[in-house]
Design a protein around this ligand. Structure first.
Ligand SMILES: [Fe+2]
Ligand SMILES: [Fe+2]
Length: 418
């Protein structure tokens, strides 16, 4: 049974939550703490899967509490409840909270958020993931520049100028970040040539996430048995998926998460290609023998897929929790309930359309959907919108600079179908 801790300085509010979630007491062990100190004591006494804290509390506020929980109980999911009026102070919780729920919130929203967080924990904590991460051995470490960037962004007093200066120490990373900033998915009106203005336009968090894109493609280099074009095709596919994701009808916040997750969504394939090349070659052969998708062959042979492996790693490396979730479910978005067209659904659709366009670059009408995608789109209730999504994605690719080129024959031979 999942253990969930609610924290508020007002016991009346906790009583309200207890009553609202009364029906869930058989599936969740619900505990309540009045104030941050009591919450930390409860965590010491027995670990929790999820902690949901109010932001504004006298003494230790929600951001401080979740910071302690992050340091002492890193596997606990951290959610902050904050009211509209707390705007500025709630930004202090950005580095420490996995999720935000705005107050007042109803029982259904609380339940849905807890369910999703618990599903993600379950999907990423399977014996198969642990076995693979164990087999991979020591994961490559991230560069000092990225680590400093992560620390700087996590510190509320850091200025945009400091972030730009840290990034400026790594030429390759800076160049990649500027290339991504100027890509079609951010739709900036003018070309941005300095890191300072890039950070000013897009915010420190997005710049840090783009640096991670560059970092991930640097630390994972496929084994010599994998065609070199595979590496290129994964990067290209991520960028095409990001262009399409940004063109889909979503709000600006969802779009930023969708772009980051699109750029990184197949990183698990790179992990397999560089760290488990024999098994990865077996996956490619199985997928082409069966005519199935890569992730299905991975599930069959490895017990899990690149979606969960990538999400697990990127979670350790500090990408936003919503992006981790989108990546973890990008081939199986029906595993969780959705609040409209968001997260893993947007990524799933963008990936599907990117693969369509890579297979038939000049065809905007789309290839025939396979049965499992049709069923998935039907379950998500968006099958009838696919033609419109396809049109938006196709137009965005036409407009994007440089134009998306058809895959080379070598790239096609590398079996990119994830
Ligand atoms: Fe994938
Ligand atoms: Fe993909």
């Amino acid at each position: 049974m999942k253990r969930i801790l609610f924290v508020d300085d007002e016991s009346k509010i906790l009583d309200g939550i207890r009553r609202a979630l009364h029906g869930d007491r058989k599936r969740w062990d619900l505990q309540f703490a009045v104030g941050g100190e009591a919450a930390l004591q409860a965590c010491e006494a027995g670990s929790f899967d999820v902690v949901i804290s109010d932001m504004r509390m006298p003494g230790m506020d929600g951001a401080t509490l979740l910071g302690h929980i992050r340091d002492r109980f890193p596997s606990t999911a951290r959610i902050i409840l904050s009211g509209y009026s707390e705007g500025a102070s709630a930004t202090r919780a950005v580095p420490v909270a996995h999720r935000f729920i705005s107050k007042p919130c109803d029982a259904a929203e609380l339940q849905a958020t807890i369910e999703r967080v618990c599903t993600l924990q379950d999907v990423l904590c399977t014996p198969d993931i642990r076995r693979i991460v164990g087999t991979v051995g020591e994961l490559p470490s991230l560069s000092g520049v990225y680590t400093s960037l992560l620390q700087a962004v996590n510190n509320p007093s850091t200025s945009i100028r400091e972030v730009a200066e840290i990034l400026g120490h790594d030429m390759a990373m800076s160049a990649k970040v500027l290339q991504l900033v100027n890509s079609a998915f951010f739709g900036l009106a003018q070309t941005v040539t300095s890191l300072l203005s890039a950070a000013g336009f897009l915010g420190m968090e997005t710049i840090k996430n783009l640096a991670l894109v560059s970092e991930t493609f640097r630390v994972f280099v496929p084994d010599s048995r994998i065609p070199p074009s595979f590496f290129e095709s994964i990067q290209k596919h991520g960028e095409t998926t990001a262009v399409i994701a940004a063109a889909l009808p979503v709000d600006a916040k969802t779009r930023d998460v969708a772009v980051v997750s699109a750029l990184l969504h197949d990183i698990g394939r790179l992990v397999l290609a560089s760290k488990m090349p024999d098994q990865f070659c077996a996956v490619l052969s199985r997928a082409s023998e069966r005519g199935c998708q890569g992730f299905e062959a991975e599930e069959e042979l490895l017990g899990t897929s690149h979606a969960e492996i990538g999400a697990y790693l990127l979670g350790l490396w500090g990408i936003p929790h919503l992006a981790v979730e989108a990546i973890a479910h990008h081939h199986r978005p029906t595993r969780i309930s959705h609040n409209g067209f968001e997260g893993s659904v947007v990524l799933y659709v963008a990936d599907l359309l990117a693969r369509e366009s890579e297979a038939h670059p000049q065809d905007s009408t789309g290839s025939k959907l396979n049965e499992s995608d049709r069923t998935c789109l039907e379950t998500l209730g968006i099958l009838s919108q696919l033609a419109e999504f396809r049109r938006l994605g196709f137009e965005a690719q036409q407009k994007s600079q440089p134009p998306v080129s058809p895959p080379s024959r070598r790239a096609a031979a590398s079996g990119h179908n994830a």
